[in-house]
Design a binder for this molecule. Structure first.
Ligand code: PLP
Length: 406
């Protein structure tokens, strides 16, 4: 049975005050807070068990290596990746998608080849493809969302032509909260022989993920949104795509032998992990995933569903407030604007005075904001520790904004 108060007690920061008010943390879409078990694990790793991994034979290096390497299996279980050999550890989604761009896409693409993207991608799933556009003459094909913020999977599949080499889509919009039917997209793309990269940065924290069932070729996650440390993350790569990738970062750990005029690479996945990794961050991520799996992703999803439906009812009831994106699949992300002159930054400042932390701006999704014709929004994004009472605090603070600026 999910007990939100018990969960809250695990997150020390949630008991602090901001500007004299109890903190209402609604910036989870940017980064989530950390439970005490993760903070303790980081502390233990540095205070008692720190050494570099993979290289030493001494006790501390062995402990650090075992703890670090055990996270690969935890991630594989968390997203049902089949085998831990399909998991490349990294610093987060940005690194993961850039790796796919350099290690898989660049060597197999040429001028005129296409990549299909949705208009609601985060810049992390846009800019690496712009690099290929600039350097190789690759063409980016955009698929728009409708007025509700829905992305029609059939429109994505229809955009795939004979020159398309990759489809890259998010599973959940970081602005609109729309959850995309990536399984249908993967099935349709595969029928046309085209691999799919799924950006799971926002989705993986809110719902159970099964990359095998989705059928993704690449699935990126980022640790700091999963209640883990920043600088941790991973990307799932299917065995077929893994075999096609060329290492793009060279250095220690990714090699087996180096001589004056030759190099023999390590086996995958380590072949794609050059240099000293984020050892402690990754260990912390493993503890965060254990924490979530112990609670249960179904239980977390159920709690958040009830919370979001309450929030949606309340926010939709404010006729001077615009909630961007009204998809039936909308999850725990609400991008808001107020009729009249109030800028998102002003709203966010007033909310902060009430202890409510939200994000204001264009959320690293400028093509989407442009498509929606919105300059900036205030984004309230929920996590497993948020409560209906906090939704009420948000609504009261928004009403104050309306009085001040509306
Ligand atoms: N993709 C989406 C949908 C995101 O929301 C984010 C972060 O906000 C990213 C990618 C980038 O993640 P990171 O900055 O952790 O690499």
């Amino acid at each position: 049975m999910f007990d939100v108060q018990k969960v809250r007690a695990d997150f020390p920061i949630l008991s602090r005050k901001v500007n004299g008010k109890p903190l209402v943390y609604l910036d989870n879409g940017a980064s989530a807070q950390k439970p005490q078990v993760v903070i303790d694990a980081i502390n233990t790793a540095y205070a008692e068990e720190y050494a570099n991994v993979h290289r030493g034979l001494h006790t501390l290096s062995t402990i650090a290596t075992e703890k670090y390497e055990s996270v690969r299996g935890k991630i594989a279980r968390f997203i049902n990746a089949g085998s831990e050999d399909n998991i490349i550890l990294n610093s987060g989604t940005t690194e993961g998608i850039n790796m796919v761009s350099y290690a898989w896409a660049a060597p197999r693409m040429q001028a005129g080849d296409e990549i299909v993207l949705s208009i609601m991608e985060h810049h992390a799933n846009i800019v690496p493809w712009h690099f290929l556009r600039e350097r190789l003459g690759v063409v980016i094909k955009w698929v728009d969302v409708d007025a509700n913020g829905d992305l029609d999977p059939d429109a994505v599949i229809a955009a795939i032509g004979p020159k398309t080499k990759l489809v890259a889509v998010t599973q959940m919009s970081n602005v609109l909260g729309t959850v995309i039917d990536v399984k249908t997209i993967c099935a349709g793309a595969h029928e046309k022989g085209v691999p799919v990269l799924v950006d799971g940065s926002q989705s993986a924290v809110h719902m159970p993920i099964d990359v095998c069932d989705i059928g993704a070729d690449f699935f990126a996650i980022t640790g700091h949104k999963l209640y883990g440390p920043s600088g941790s993350g991973a990307i799932y790569v299917s065995p077929d795509r893994m075999a096609e990738m060329r290492p793009f970062m060279g250095g220690g750990d990714m090699i087996r032998e180096v001589s004056r005029d030759s190099v023999i690479y390590n086996d995958a996945p380590m072949k794609f992990e050059a240099g000293t990794p984020g050892i402690v961050q990754t260990i912390g991520l493993g503890v965060a995933l254990d924490y979530m799996m112990n609670i249960g992703m179904d239980a977390i999803a159920e709690h958040e569903k009830a919370l979001c439906s309450y929030a949606r009812g309340k926010l939709d009831g404010l006729n001077w407030l615009n909630v961007q994106g009204q998809s039936a699949t909308k999850g725990a992300i609400f991008s808001l604007t107020i009729d009249g002159a109030a800028h998102a930054h002003d709203i966010s400042t007033v909310l902060d005075k009430k202890g409510v932390a939200v994000r204001a701006g264009t959320h690293c999704a400028m093509p989407l904001m442009d498509h929606m014709g919105v300059g900036a929004t205030c984004r309230a994004s929920f996590g497993m520790y948020n409560t209906v009472e906090e939704v009420d605090v948000l609504v009261d603070a928004l009403e104050l904004c309306h009085e001040l600026f509306g």
